[in-house]
Design a binder for this molecule. Structure first.
Ligand SMILES: Nc1ncnc2c1ncn2[C@@H]1O[C@H](COP(=O)(O)OP(=O)(O)OP(=O)(O)O)[C@@H](O)[C@H]1O
Ligand SMILES: [Mg+2]
Length: 276
């Protein structure tokens, strides 16, 4: 059931409507997705509207099953909306696009290919120039701190290192938009903190637009320019917080009173959501 929560003013995180950025890179308007399941229709998303600006980092948080992965599938062009519209630079998203990169919950690397070859997997499908792609892959491995592991196999890497390969693979075709669906959820807490720092560094170097799905409130607040909160299924955006903490954020940010105030506001919101 979708619920409406009263928006409250907060000193450090403010409601951000109307949309905060000039021309949105991607926009969903009154989006609805209903799955035709064997036991009848399942409304996953209903009347969801949101924007993602050029170069902006936006996280989406919400209860399990509220439609977050569904949303990211629609933005990636893998799933068609049942109603409403989704646009990329003003044009309808009607299929997978070469200017969008995906990073998944599991790194899903091919175990028989080296790290370098894994980063290059999308290059063939996207018909990228082989030599340039190899050069770019080496650059990306440097960016994610894995230059010395190019010839290793995935089984020789830690979980965090494998996820970094997944991020490099998602960036190999230099997409304008990077979609990430809980990329750190399989990692332990300390590795997650480290990966948040890494992702911020990579994002600041590349300045891609990024949509990040997570169950972790601190992770969302740490990484984002805005955090969007989804209602329980059928999901829609019920709250939008702008995170105005200076960048680069570091481990001291985690104990900054402004950071903890935003996290606590979001936690209270979640309490209300799960007790509806
Ligand atoms: N292919 C499908 N067919 C039928 N129902 C589906 C399908 N995929 C997802 N659903 C349903 O749609 C709803 C939203 O699923 P989705 O995977 O988007 O949620 P989520 O927010 O990503 O959850 P989680 O946080 O657990 O990953 C759920 O009720 C799920 O059961
Ligand atoms: Mg999901």
């Amino acid at each position: 059931m979708a619920i409406a929560l009263q928006a409250r003013d907060n000193e450090h995180a403010t409601d951000a409507s109307p949309a905060p950025v000039s021309t949105p890179m991607v926009e969903a308007r009154d989006l609805g997705v209903t799955y035709r399941a064997s036991r009848g229709p399942v409304a996953a998303i209903e009347r969801l509207s949101m924007t993602l600006g050029q170069g902006e980092f936006v996280s989406v948080v919400g209860p399990s099953g509220c439609g977050k992965s569904t949303l990211i599938k629609v933005f990636s062009g893998l799933l068609a909306p049942s109603c409403g519209s989704v646009t990329f630079r003003g044009s309808a998203i009607d299929g997978p696009r070469p200017d969008v990169g995906m990073v998944f919950q599991q790194a899903t690397l091919l175990p028989w290919k080296t790290v370098l070859a894994n980063v290059l997997v999308p290059a063939r499908a996207l018909k990228l120039d082989r030599r340039k792609a190899e050069h770019d892959a080496e650059e990306l491995l440097r960016l994610v701190g894995l230059s010395n592991f190019a010839k290793h196999y995935p089984s020789e890497l830690s979980g965090g290192m494998q996820q970094r390969v997944g991020i490099a693979r998602g960036l190999i075709h230099d997409p304008a938009l990077l979609l990430m669906d809980e990329p750190f959820s399989a990692l332990d807490t300390m590795t997650r903190d480290h990966m948040s720092l890494e992702l911020q560094r990579i994002w600041m170097a590349k300045r891609k637009s990024a949509l990040f799905i997570t169950h972790s409130i601190p992770e969302a607040v740490f990484l984002s320019d805005r955090v969007l909160v989804m209602s329980a299924r059928p999901g829609r955006i019920i709250r939008e917080l702008r995170i105005e903490l200076p960048r680069p954020r570091d481990l001291s940010t985690l104990v900054d009173p402004r950071f903890t105030a935003i996290c606590s506001e979001l936690r209270q919101l979640f309490e209300q959501l799960v007790h509806v």
